[in-house]
Design a protein around this ligand. Sequence first.
Ligand SMILES: NC(=O)c1ccc[n+]([C@@H]2O[C@H](COP(=O)([O-])OP(=O)(O)OC[C@H]3O[C@@H](n4cnc5c(N)ncnc54)[C@H](OP(=O)(O)O)[C@@H]3O)[C@@H](O)[C@H]2O)c1
Length: 189
Amino acid sequence: MSREGNARGSRVTLHVVSSLDGFIARKDNSVSWLDAHGSVYEAGVSISQEEIAAFIKAIDCYVLGSRTYEHALELGWPYGDTPTVVVTGRELPPARKSVEFYSGDLKTLVNENLAPRFRNIWLVGGAMLCQRFLSLGLVDEIRLTIAPVLLGDGLRLFGGLLTEEKWNLKNVVAYKNGFVELTYAARTV
Ligand SMILES: NC(=O)c1ccc[n+]([C@@H]2O[C@H](COP(=O)([O-])OP(=O)(O)OC[C@H]3O[C@@H](n4cnc5c(N)ncnc54)[C@H](OP(=O)(O)O)[C@@H]3O)[C@@H](O)[C@H]2O)c1
C-alpha cells in the first residue's frame, strides 16, 4: 500500500499502549494496568521530566475517537493546550478551547484539514479510529508501547484489520519500568 506521508509533508504517528496480549483497554475501562507494576528491568533506560516535556512539545496535534475523548475527560485531560481533533458523528460539547470536532471522510481530514496546519500529528486511539486510519493507509508510523501485563480480555487494538501489511522496525526502547516502545515505519511500496 502506498503512503501519502512524504507527499503531504506531515507525518501521522499512531501511538497507543498495549498489553502483552494486544489489548488497549479493559472491558470496564479501568486503567490501573497502565501504571508501572513494580517490574524493574535493570538494563532499561529512564527519561527525565524535561525530556518528556520536550518530546510532548514537538507534537503539533492530537487526533482521537470520541470514546477516547470521553474517557480522557473522565480521567483528566492529558493533552494540555495542544490542538486536539475529536472524530465523531455526534454533537459533543467542546471541553476546552484547543478541541475541535470532525465528522466525515478521514482522508480529507488528514490531507486537507490537518496536513496544511500540522507536521507532527499524533493519532492516540482508540481501537476503532486507529483501525480506520490503518485500513485507509493514513498512518506513517506506529509507536506501540507494550506494558508488561497480560489482560486476558478487553478491546483489541488491531482486532478489526483484515489485510496483511509489512512494516519496517525503526527503533526499540526498553524502559526501566519494564515497558517497551516499538517504532515501525510504513513501507512506501
Ligand atoms: N491504551 C491506550 O493507549 C489507549 C489509547 C486510546 C484509547 N484507549 C481506550 O480505548 C477505548 C476507546 O476506544 P474505541 O475503539 O472504543 O473508540 P474510539 O476509537 O476512541 O472512538 C470511536 C468513535 O469515533 C468516532 N468515529 C470513528 N470513525 C469515524 C468517522 N470516520 N467519522 C465520524 N466518527 C468516527 C465514532 O464516534 P461517534 O459514536 O461519536 O459518532 C466512534 O464511535 C477507551 O476505553 C479508551 O480509554 C486506550
